[in-house]
Design a protein around this ligand. Structure first.
Ligand code: FAD
Length: 532
C-alpha cells in the first residue's frame, strides 16, 4: 500500500488539480442562488466516526502472512467508499462507522486467491478495491449477513506482465492505474486507448469489472471490446479464458466476468488489445443550431462509419455553462456569447498523420453538410486541456454548498429525444431551481449515450435525500422510456434496484446462478449488482 492515495473526502491529491475561476462565484450566485463563498469543508481525519475494527484475530494473522494488512483510521477511511456525490457527502461529514475492518493488499495473483480462500473459510465479506472511483456505490462496505468486511486493495498488483508486440496484446496486472499503464506501454510505442474522466485514478481491473467506456471509446472501443482474455480469482477457484482473437466456443465466458463488479471474484490480470501511440491528435469544435441537429449529424457520421474517435455534443445548457466557466480568458467567454443558444460538438481524431487527415476530411464534409459550423481548434483544445478537471472542480462546488451530480444512460437514435426529455423532466421536477445539462457521446450506428449533470443549491436540511429523490425519479424515467440503467458507470448498490427491469426475471436468475457457483457463501461484494 505504498502507492499514493486519492484524498478520502474528494478527488486528487491535496493541493493538486484545477480550481474554480474567480468569476464562477457570480455565475453560481446568479444561476443557483448560492453565495459563491466557501460554506463547508470536510471534517478532519481525527473527527471521522469509525467503529473499532472487528476482524477475528486468527484471520488477521493468517491474512498478514499473505498480504499487507492495515487497520489504521486513514487506510479504513480511504477505502470506505467511492466518489459519488452521496459518497462525498458522507465522507466529508466523517460518517465512516461502517468502514472496512481492515484493508488487505496482496502482491501476487496467488496471494489474492489465498486471501479469498481464507475469507471464505472465515465468513468475512470482501470488497475488491481498484482505484476507488466508483460512482454507483460499488465500494460501499455492506456486510450483508457477515459480521466483518475487508477491502481487498489490488494496488500492489501493478505493472505490465507481458507484452506481445506482434499481436499488439499486453497483459496488465489488475491494480495498475491507467496513467501508469499508459506510461509503461508508451515504452513499447502503444497505449490503452481508454480514457474515462476518472483516468487519473481508475485501474485496469476496475474498468474491466465495471464495463467502462472512455472518452475515446467511439474510436478505440469500450473496454470490453479490447479485453482479449482475463484471469479472475473466485472463492470457488480461478476462472480464466484463452487469449484468442475470436472463438465460437459457447457463450463468451470473459463477457460474464467483464462487468461483474467484484461479485464473482477479483480480476487479477487482463490481456488487452493495445493501440499504436498516435502520430497526430486533432481536436476541434463545430456549432449546431440545436441539440437535435447535432444528434442528426452524429447519427449520419456513425452510420457512415466516419465517426471521429471522440465525439461529444453538449446541449444548449452545457455549452453555455462551459463557456461561462471557461478559465481566465475573455476570448473564450466572448465566443460563448456569440454561441448563445447554440450547441457545441467537440470532435477528436487520433492516429497516423494520413489517417487523421483522411478521416477528418470526410467527417468535416459531412458535418458541414448537416449544418455544422466549424469553430476551429480552440474549443477542441480547451476540451482536451480540461478533460479531467471536472472532479477537481466538484470539490470546490461542494465547498460552496452546490449539489452537483451526474448520471448516464443510452438508447437508440429513434428514442434519444424522448429519453432526454423524460430524464430532464424528472430531474427538474424534483430539484428546486436546478441547472440540468446533457451531452451525447459514445456514438454507435444504432444510438448514443446521454450524460446528464444536475446542479442545485444544496438542501442543508437533507442533502442526501435531495439527490436521492431526484436520482430515483431519473432512474424510473430511464426505465419507463427504455434506456439502459447505465451505459458506463455500472450498477453497484445504487442501480441494483433497477437491474431486474433491464435483465428480466430469468436474466436476473441466470446472473444469480453464476454468482452462486463462483461465490457459494456470498462473501464477494455483498449488496452490489444483484441486490435488487
Ligand atoms: C469523476 C468521475 C468520472 C468518471 N468517468 C467515467 C467515465 O468516463 N467512464 C466510465 O466508464 N466510468 C467513469 N467513472 C466511473 C469509474 O471511474 C469507473 O467505474 C471505473 O471503471 C472504476 O475503476 P476503479 O479502478 O476506480 O474501480 P473501483 O471504483 O475501485 O471499483 C469499481 C467496482 O469494481 C470492483 N472492482 C474493482 N477492481 C476490481 C477487480 N480487480 N476485480 C473485481 N472487481 C473489482 C469494485 O468492488 C467496485 O464494485 C467516473 C467516476 C468518477 C468519480
Amino acid at each position: 500500500m505504498s502507492r499514493r492515495d486519492c484524498v478520502w473526502w474528494g478527488w486528487g491529491e491535496p493541493g493538486a488539480g484545477p480550481s474554480l475561476p474567480d468569476h464562477a462565484a457570480g455565475f453560481l450566485r446568479a444561476q443557483l442562488g448560492v453565495s459563491g463563498e466557501v460554506v463547508s469543508r470536510a471534517v478532519a481525519l481525527e473527527e471521522v466516526r469509525l467503529r473499532e475494527p472487528s476482524l477475528p484475530g486468527a484471520l488477521r494473522e493468517q491474512l498478514a502472512a499473505l498480504a499487507e494488512v492495515r487497520d489504521d483510521a486513514e487506510a479504513r477511511v480511504v477505502h470506505c467508499r467511492g466518489k459519488s456525490y452521496l459518497d462525498l457527502l458522507r465522507q466529508r461529514a466523517g460518517d465512516c462507522e461502517d468502514a472496512p475492518d481492515a484493508v488487505v493488499a496482496p502482491g501476487t495473483p496467488e496471494a489474492v486467491q489465498a486471501v479469498l480462500n481464507a475469507c471464505n473459510e472465515a465468513g468475512v465479506a470482501v470488497v475488491p478495491f481498484g482505484g476507488g472511483t466508483s460512482v454507483v456505490g460499488g465500494l460501499e462496505p455492506l456486510r450483508g449477513t457477515w459480521s466483518a468486511l475487508v477491502s481487498l486493495d489490488l494496488g500492489r498488483l501493478d505493472g505490465v506482465e507481458a507484452f506481445d508486440e506482434r499481436s499488439q496484446l499486453a497483459w496488465l496486472r489488475a491494480g495498475t492505474r491507467l496513467p501508469e499503464a499508459d506510461h509503461a506501454l508508451a515504452a513499447h510505442g502503444v497505449m490503452l486507448g481508454h480514457t474515462p474522466q476518472s483516468y487519473e485514478w481508475a485501474t485496469v481491473g476496475g474498468c474491466v469489472a465495471t464495463r467502462s467506456a472512455g472518452q475515446s471509446s467511439t474510436g478505440h472501443g469500450r473496454i470490453e471490446e479490447n479485453v482479449v482474455a482475463l484471469r479472475c480469482a473466485t472463492p470457488a477457484g480461478p476462472l480464466e479464458n484463452l487469449a484468442v482473437p475470436g472463438t465460437a466456443a459457447g457463450p463468451a465466458l470473459k463477457q460474464l466476468v467483464i462487468g461483474s463488479e467484484g461479485v464473482l471474484g477479483a480480476i487479477t490480470s487482463v490481456g488487452l488489445r493495445v493501440h499504436p501511440l498516435p502520430e497526430a491528435r486533432r481536436y476541434e469544435g463545430f456549432a449546431f443550431r440545436d441539440f437535435e441537429a447535432g444528434c442528426e449529424a452524429l447519427r449520419g457520421l456513425a452510420q457512415a462509419d466516419s465517426a471521429p474517435d471522440i465525439a461529444r455534443l453538449s446541449d444548449e445548457a452545457e455549452t453555455r455553462l462551459s463557456f461561462a466557466l471557461a478559465g481566465p480568458g475573455a476570448k473564450a467567454r466572448a465566443m460563448g456569447a456569440v454561441l448563445r443558444g447554440r450547441c457545441v460538438l467537440v470532435c477528436g481524431w487520433e492516429g497516423t498523420e494520413t489517417a487523421v487527415a483522411v478521416r477528418r476530411k470526410l467527417a468535416v464534409r459531412a458535418l458541414r453538410a448537416a449544418g455544422g459550423w466549424p469553430l476551429g481548434q480552440a474549443p477542441g483544445e480547451a476540451w482536451a486541456a480540461t478533460r479531467y478537471a471536472g472532479p477537481h472542480l466538484r470539490d470546490d462546488l461542494l465547498d460552496r454548498g452546490v449539489m452537483v451530480e451526474t448520471l448516464e444512460t443510452a438508447t437508440t437514435w429513434s428514442n434519444l429525444a424522448d429519453l432526454r426529455a423524460a430524464v430532464t423532466r424528472a430531474l427538474e421536477g424534483c430539484l428546486a431551481a436546478p441547472m440540468v445539462l446533457c451531452h451525447a457521446s459514445h456514438v454507435y450506428p444504432t444510438g448514443a449515450s446521454l450524460y446528464f449533470t444536475a446542479f442545485a443549491a444544496q438542501d442543508y436540511g437533507d442533502p442526501a435525500g435531495q439527490w436521492t429523490r431526484a436520482k430515483t425519479a431519473a432512474m424510473d424515467a430511464i426505465v419507463a422510456t427504455g434506456g439502459t440503467i447505465t451505459h458506463h458507470h455500472a450498477v453497484g448498490a445504487d442501480h441494483a434496484p433497477w437491474l431486474r427491469a433491464e435483465t428480466g426475471p430469468l436474466g436476473h436468475d441466470v446472473l444469480r446462478v453464476l454468482k452462486d457457483r463462483c461465490d457459494p457463501a456470498g462473501i464477494m461484494n455483498p449488496g452490489k449488482l444483484l441486490a435488487g
